[in-house]
Write a protein that binds this ligand. Sequence first.
Ligand code: SER
Length: 490
Amino acid sequence: MRTDDIRSMYLEFFRKLRHEVVPSSPLVPSKHDPTLLFTNAGMNQFKDTFLGKEKRSYTRACSSQKCLRVSGKHNDLEQVGLTPRHHTFFEMLGNFSFGDYFKKDAIAWAWELVTSKDWFAINPDWLYATVLKDDSLGLVDDEAGKFWLEAGMPEDRIHYFDRKDNFWQMGDTGPCGPCSEIHIDRRAQLGGRLTKPLGSACDKCQFGNKMYRKCQKLKEHDLCERYSELWNLVFPQYNMEFNNPLEDLEKPGVDTGAGLERFAAVLQGVVSNYETDLFVPIIEKTEEIVGLPAGEDRFSTSFRVVADHVRALTFTIADGVAFSNEGRGYVLRRILRRALRHGRQHLQYQEPFLHLLVPAVVDIMGSTYPEIVEKAEYIQKLVKAEEEAFSATLDRGLVIFEEVLKKTKRAGLRVFPGDEAFRLYATYGFPMDMTQVMAKEAGMTVVEKTYNALMEEHRERSRALTKFEVEESLLSKLNLPPTEFVGYAT
Ligand code: SER
């Protein structure tokens, strides 16, 4: 099934259930919401509707929403490339109820869409549900558990987790509530085709094969590919205002979210999102440019980073963000620099090349998102200019980094010197976050204490200089007559 068909089928399923099909909102949230840098979930555009502040002509909606998770509460930037299923930019399929239906229907419909032969027809034996049970909140979502049973999920595949896993909030404020997810056992689906079967890839998973455990936490279960979260059903019942007690919403609702890319991987029977029709043409184009095979282990992370980031750049620029040194523009800059570094350092390609991949993204996604077609040329130009501007800094920085790394290793040190990280930044403009990531790849950490101390001194000096410059310019504004030099007059 092509991804375009999956998207349409999802929306069609809910349209038939009298949901308004609402277009994606832009990646830059409305000015009325200063709490978010980028749109990070399908529910963002409905935030005020959930809170009862905005009335719409419908109480049920569905969408395929452009999302970017690179900042704030939901930030996947550093995981991208390391896993088969994390992205900065992705599309989130969702259905929403604003005080209309609640848990029972949301669960029954999700189960029907996922398992019915008329729809996605995923084998129910591969699926699990998770439900909230949290002592600190005093909440056990028995209702959700009961509705999963009624829908057809066997009891031994319904698992309870605390708020860390099964309570969803978009940020420090806003609508939030318990959530209940569908997970899929990809080993049951793919058998030996999983590149890293549970056990070798996930020997930290103390629960072994017998008991289901959420295995998508990178820190605890590096690279485990066995279980994948497929769909998150949130039941917004509260409003959160920073650390205040939760307030009940007047009308509880439903906010579901399923990554289209993950559905595509499952329905196309491939291990990784990067093997779906959303990514393959971008990766093939990259292979053609750099002349290396994406399938080789030592290159695969970088191919994934490049493919993911070029999509993020394309969509974010189309929605009006330009490269800059602060806010959204700086996030954009970090994304481009991360991809460019992977190209230079790991794919050994020395020329700007990301802009050459933009047309592949436009070909795949342009019929669904015409804004990227309209702005394709502009996006390419902006990306190319930014690549060129950063190239010299990157090249110099990579050489110096390597020299310091060698010296450090020769001296038997296991940490990257903070003063060198500072020199890289202050003298060569090489960003600290990049030094940190590269040090990590080399199995080291940067001595941040030294870096921070030098940085503070640097700031102090700049402040003093600025003050001096201000005083100078004030003097010049006084319009005093030129001073006559009389030193030699006598
Ligand atoms: N808002 C929830 C999420 O982003 C469900 O859509 O996971």
